[in-house]
Design a protein around this ligand. Structure first.
Ligand code: C2E
Ligand code: CA
Ligand code: CA
Length: 743
């Protein structure tokens, strides 16, 4: 019953030029308990090629035997399966086993039965993906051929689909991996590995080449330079070399043609893939493929290439990001991150002895920026960077650590003030016209004493800070003690915060008296802090901390309110006319809302403003002339009085002092302490008192400890006094009794 149709189909299939798949056999498994059927089938199909594939036959005589055969043999294309064997439905059960339990979806199954009346349920055919169902006597040689051909064709298709699905999965995974690469080098190497995996070939014959960026200016029309960016196997030694150095004309030619034609080249013995890059520096990968690539593989490579173009862009983006994290754009120096990594590298490799990290910090850079503009500031930074790089670029690592701070890492003999200062002592030429004189503060940390790059920078910047406390243009080296001191201060600041929050601060009051009569005139409020352990921490220690951290503003508002409340209570208890002196720190005084906060405290406590005195140190009063004058005027307008604390320790200009609305000068206790020890102490005190008289200001001496000091002060005409001789600072509860005893 052979039909011409059948023959035509065969002829077509055989000559199909489409599939260039390498020659492969197809396995046919015959499962039947009848030996004759085995023989007839092999005889009918023997020597034939189906779709260009020679056939191989496997034989099983029971379902069980078939199971174990299937477990051992891969790639069985077609199973010719008898339905009735050990049992009525042994064949169908085997199908279920294959599809369900073994999860074999690719083999095509042709069911055969000897009993014409016996047909399996349609649903079984559908559910178990059975290719064909025939009664044995229907299966003439031709029919069998047709049926097996159809089965093999669909087997091939299923395999292809499977392969491309897996290939696509590979591509997705490969792209993901490639995206993560930073640096084109790694990216190119990745492409090679991925292609090799994709095609299941070794990376031996793979080369990746890229056109090199040529300077955009005026080099149009030049032959692009092509460089090997990645290679494996016998070409591995050529990475970073020019393409011309590859001795194989075949490889060289394919890559060149691929890049110049900007297209994938799929030739008989080689493949060159083109990876376009937006930058114009395209890639090409050469695959030395002995056998022709299958259609599937070609298709996969196309998909891969277009995916890779996206990856390449991402890689460039990553590289740029990397650049940004490691290179400061403004001054073209490595960044803090890069600097820290460089230090960490030293530490990891154990090369720390004899190395030092230096930080160079420009003094008053913020002011320079504000005064001359940011363009000018940038030019200063660039100038510093150039100086440092020019002088030390070869021997040291230089980086921009932050806004106006530069880092130098190098041998200790080079990284020290004597070597660095001269580099920046000559003025910088800004914008070709202005000469800018720099002042710099520096801090140093020895690498042998740090555990990480972060540590080194932290320590060196502590040293800078310490140097700054001495004024601009200084330097310091980090030491254990500095570290300890800083840690202690940090700890103390934390405790102070907590103490303030939990209201563990309190106020002590020290009487101020009439120097002639000893009668109480008022009190100075002094802050007290007793820590968890019950120890008193002197204000000289915690007030500076509070000032540095800004905590002083809150603390200042609190003590003002507490002290005025105390004053109010005293007045209610009958002690009227007393004043309350409150210390004002620089930070408070400079705060914008300071005047408002004083006004609010007065309003809320209901004390007469005239009974409130603010003690401002001489250094604050002399700082920013115009601003201080305006502020003091505003405070005076509230009705409060102003005393200059620690007077005599600063260098007040007399004419300036005269302009300020000051009520009282408070003679610093250092002069009072020396008043009895020879002429010097007495003379200064005498001058201060004379000055007060001349400027029409009241005078108070602080730190009066004995009667001799008091008598000398009286003799010099000092009106008021305060000191241990009269009373030590006392708790609010003790004031009443003291007033009672001393009035
Ligand atoms: P100050 O304003 O000069 O305060 C006077 C200091 O002299 C107080 O020290 C006081 O206890 C001490 N003193 C008083 N009489 C004598 C004496 O006869 N002999 C000696 N040797 N010392 C005497 P204290 O309380 O330790 O305060 C130290 C400094 O802390 C104060 O110096 C002031 O600058 C600052 N301070 C204290 N409380 C506050 C505050 O509430 N706010 C601000 N901003 N600073 C405060
Ligand atoms: Ca004071
Ligand atoms: Ca004082």
């Amino acid at each position: 019953m052979q039909s011409d149709d059948d023959l035509l189909t065969f002829a077509d299939e055989r000559e199909s030029p489409l599939t260039a798949v390498a020659v492969h056999t197809r396995k046919i498994l015959i499962v039947d308990d009848d030996e004759d059927v085995h023989q007839a089938t092999t005889f009918a199909l023997q020597g034939l090629e189906i779709l260009g594939h020679p056939l191989i036959f496997l034989h099983a005589y029971s379902a069980r035997e078939a199971e174990s055969l299937l477990a051992q043999e891969d790639n069985i294309a077609v199973i010719l399966l008898d339905v009735v064997m050990e049992s009525e439905d042994a064949g169908l059960r085997l199908v279920e086993h294959i599809r369900k339990h073994m999860q074999l979806t690719t083999p095509r199954i042709i069911l055969r039965t000897g009993q014409p009346g016996y047909a399996p349920e349609l649903s079984a055919i559908r559910d178990y993906d059975i290719n064909d169902y025939k009664t044995k006597n229907e299966l003439t040689r031709t029919r069998l051929y047709t049926s097996v051909t159809a089965a093999i064709r669909s087997y091939d298709q299923i395999c292809k689909l499977d392969a491309s699905r897996r290939g696509l999965e590979l591509i997705v995974a490969a792209s993901g991996r490639l995206v993560a690469e930073n640096g084109l080098q790694a990216f190119a190497a990745g492409i090679i590995t991925q292609i090799a995996a994709l095609l299941g070939v070794g990376a031996e014959g793979l080369v990746c080449a890229q056109e090199q960026p040529t300077d955009s200016e005026g080099k149009e029309g030049r032959e692009p330079i092509i460089v090997v960016v990645a290679a494996a196997g016998r070409f591995a030694g050529l990475v970073q070399r020019k393409l011309e150095e590859i001795d194989s004309e075949r490889v060289r030619g394919a890559l060149c043609r691929c890049l110049s034609q900007k297209t994938n080249l799929i030739e008989n013995d080689a493949v060159a893939l083109f990876f376009p890059a937006r930058s114009g520096n395209h890639f090409a990968a050469f695959i030395d493929s002995p056998a022709l690539l299958s259609e599937i593989d070609q298709h996969l490579l196309q998909v891969f290439c277009s995916n890779i173009a996206v990856c390449a862009e991402n890689t460039r983006l990553l590289a740029r990001l990397h650049d940004q994290a490691y290179l400061d754009r403004l001054v073209r120096l490595p960044t803090r991150t890069a600097f820290i990594e460089a230090i960490d590298e030293h530490i990891q490799t154990g090369t720390t002895a004899g190395y030092t990290v230096g930080l160079i910090d420009i003094d008053q850079f913020a002011e320079t920026n504000e005064t001359f503009g940011h363009g000018y500031g940038d030019a200063v930074l660039r100038g510093v960077a150039q100086r440092l790089d020019g002088a030390l670029g070869e021997s040291c690592r230089i980086a921009r650590i932050s806004g106006d701070t530069f880092g130098v890492l190098g041998l200790s003999w080079a990284v020290r003030p004597e070597k660095l200062r001269p580099l920046l002592s000559e003025p910088l030429l800004i914008d070709d016209e202005v000469l800018h004189q720099l002042s710099i503060s520096m801090g140093f940390a020895h690498l042998a004493e740090v555990r990480s790059g972060n540590d080194a920078i932290k320590n060196a910047s502590l040293a800078v800070k310490l140097a700054r406390t001495e004024g601009p243009g200084r330097d310091a080296v980090y030491t254990e003690e500095i570290g300890l001191e800083t840690r202690e201060r940090t700890h103390l600041l934390h405790s102070l915060h907590a103490a303030f929050q939990h209201e563990r601060l309190f106020v002590a009051y020290q009487p101020q008296v009439d120097a002639q009569t000893g009668k109480p005139l008022g009190f100075e409020a002094l802050m007290r802090w007793r820590d968890d352990k019950g120890d008193f921490i002197p204000p000289d220690r915690f007030i500076p901390l509070a000032e540095q951290s800004g905590l002083i503003n809150g603390m200042g508002r609190w003590i003002m309110r507490s002290a005025l409340r105390t004053l109010h209570r005293l007045a209610e208890a009958g002690w009227q006319g007393l004043r309350m002196a409150i210390n004002v720190s620089v930070v408070q005084f400079q705060a914008e809302d300071f005047i408002d906060s004083v006004a609010a405290a007065i309003r809320e406590t209901g004390v007469p403003a005239a009974r409130v005195e603010l003690e401002i140190t001489e250094s604050v009063a002399m700082a920013n002339a115009a601003e201080v004058e305006v502020k003091l005027q505003a405070l005076k307008a509230l009705g409060v009085t102003i005393a200059i604390d620690d007077f005599g320790t600063g260098f007040s200009s007399l004419s300036y002092l005269d302009r300020l609305p000051i009520d009282r000068l408070k003679i610093d206790r250092s002069f009072v302490a020396n008043i009895g020890n020879g002429e010097e102490g007495a003379r200064i005190t005498e001058m201060i008192i004379a000055l007060g008289h001349k400027l029409n200001m009241a005078l108070i001496a602080e730190g009066v400890e004995d009667v001799r000091q008091l008598e000398l002060l009286r003799a010099l005409g000092c009106h008021e006094a305060q000191g241990y001789y009269f009373a030590r600072p006392m708790g609010a509860d003790d004031i009443g009794k003291w007033l009672h005893d001393n009035s």
